[in-house]
Design a protein around this ligand. Structure first.
Ligand code: HEC
Length: 118
């Protein structure tokens, strides 16, 4: 009689272990996706300004007033830091992707700088 109880418990423990094996990694993946992709940096406005002048004003205008690309002088009013970080990293339409050309930290710095333009 006791043997039955023991093997019953063993079976339940195995079932639980298998269930955990399938559910835990799934949850970790979801948590990973929800993490912000942007690295945390302290804004360095002078460095951001220099990079924007070097890489962005040809399309966005020397005062960020717009040109081939939309104006960025008030971009912080309708885009948050993450959204700006994404578009600068990945590009959009004729806007080139800067991932690879600039480091993630540099792009994050530019995003913080532009998000301040409201
Ligand atoms: C070759 C021209 C070009 C260059 C260089 C360029 N952009 Fe753009 N950018 C565009 C265009 C065009 C769009 C509009 C894309 C669309 O919506 O299809 C855009 C959109 C954006 C947007 C979204 C603006 C909005 O209101 O939707 C941001 C932010 C931005 N660019 C930032 C930058 C930054 C920062 C740089 C420099 C690191 C840069 N861009 C360099 C052409 C350019």
């Amino acid at each position: 009689m006791q043997k039955w109880i023991m093997s019953g418990l063993f079976f339940v423990a195995c079932a639980l272990a298998i269930a955990l094996m399938f559910t835990l990694p799934g949850k970790e993946e979801v948590a990973h996706e929800e993490k912000p992709s942007m690295p945390e940096v302290t804004m360095d406005a002078a460095a951001a300004d220099a990079m924007v002048k070097a890489s962005c004003i040809s399309c966005h205008g020397d005062q960020l007033q717009g040109g081939a690309g939309p104006a960025l002088d008030q971009v912080g009013g309708h885009m948050d830091v993450e959204a700006i970080y994404k578009i600068v990293s990945n590009g959009k339409g004729i806007m080139p992707a800067f991932k690879g050309q600039l480091t993630d930290e540099e792009i994050a710095n530019i995003a913080l700088y532009l998000a301040d333009h409201k």
